[in-house]
Ligand binder design. Structure first.
Ligand SMILES: [Zn+2]
Length: 329
């Protein structure tokens, strides 16, 4: 096993007036060599392990001083120690002591990472489950199921009446991931200055205000410059004409491209160290995998965990309903 002589070892030897024995398995640090020269501690070549096993008095003919490998060839040989003949030979067997202190080991490992000798992954392998387990706990991915929305419309009761007839009630075709929300059987037509989109799904239940959520590509089809917005943030949005079987409504505002967002309950947010309104990123694996930034957390106790994106975003990343994505803070 290799044995290390550090500057501290040399200082200790100097205090005791001792010499240090080095052999082929001894590593003398550059600092230790400097210290030895300065403090006059002799580094003598010999069998360090034998010297430990039999701490005999120093041989009559002292071995020649050894120039540590770290010293420059241009420098003079180690100065002869004064009164070396009478000093007991000091060795550090340290059978029960580590070669490096915890502090030294940390520094050496840190340097190795900095210099690219080891990656953190290799270190995790090296130190086994203790380190791996700890990092797995702190780095466990936060996953979320994906919910994909197509273009759709939420209607106020007044607009529902105008489009489908007075007192009309929506018919549930399919329940959605968020509690109480559903896709209705009813559809409408959207008409903008540049074009028309038919069979736009109505989502229930009715809301206080009508809101139209279209895809980015639809803004060109309709000729309506809809901004990216979170649901309910309708100020300054453009309008569109909505046509139903019983009549039409010319909206003055309410058209948006839905901002991607993650629904979750307050406890689900707390468990993940997230809060309502926080912006996170989403990372997706797979053939069209990628990363989406500016994803807004919407936490309240009426919500269930679901990452909502529209069909364009889903197609771009190869996602569908029920796919799993990872939240990155
Ligand atoms: Zn949503």
């Amino acid at each position: 096993m290799k044995r290390l002589i550090s500057a501290a070892d040399v200082q200790a030897a100097a205090k005791r007036g001792e010499r240090l024995v080095v052999d082929d398995n001894t590593i003398v640090t550059a600092q230790a060599a400097d210290e030895a020269r300065e403090l006059g501690v002799e580094l003598v070549r010999g069998d360090a392990s034998a010297a430990v096993a039999t701490p005999a008095p120093a041989p009559a003919a002292a071995p020649a001083p050894v120039e540590p490998a770290a010293a420059s060839a241009a420098e003079p040989a180690a100065e002869p120690a004064t009164g070396s003949g009478t000093c007991p030979v000091l060795t550090y067997a340290r059978e029960h002591e580590p070669v490096l202190s915890a502090e030294e080991m940390e520094r050496v490992i840190g340097d190795a990472i900095d210099k690219g000798v080891w990656t953190e992954g290799q270190l995790a392998e090296l130190f086994g489950s203790a380190l791996g387990g700890a990092s797995a706990r702190t780095c466990a991915p936060l996953t979320v199921p994906v919910g994909v929305s197509g273009r759709h419309i939420h209607l106020s009761q007044a607009d529902l009446d105008a489009l489908f007839g007075a007192g009309h009630e929506l018919t549930c075709a399919k329940e959605l991931s968020q509690p109480g929300q559903f896709a209705a059987k009813e559809t409408v037509t959207l008409a903008g200055p540049k074009g028309v989109i038919e069979r736009v799904r109505v989502l229930g239940p009715v809301r206080p205000e009508t809101q139209v959520e279209i895809l980015s590509g639809d803004t060109f089809k309709l000729g309506v410059k809809a901004p990216v917005r979170l649901s309910g943030d309708l100020a300054g949005t453009p309008g569109v004409t909505v046509i139903g079987p019983a009549g039409s409504v010319a909206l003055t505002h309410g058209v948006m491209v839905a901002a991607r967002h993650i629904h979750m309950s307050c406890s689900e947010a707390a468990e993940r160290g997230l809060h309502d309104g926080q912006t996170v990123s989403i990372v997706v694996a797979g053939e069209r995998g990628g990363r989406l930034d500016n994803v807004i957390v919407r936490a309240n106790d009426a919500s269930a965990l679901d990452f909502h994106i529209d069909t364009e975003e889903a197609n771009a990343l190869g996602l569908k309903n029920g796919s799993v994505a990872e939240i990155v803070k």
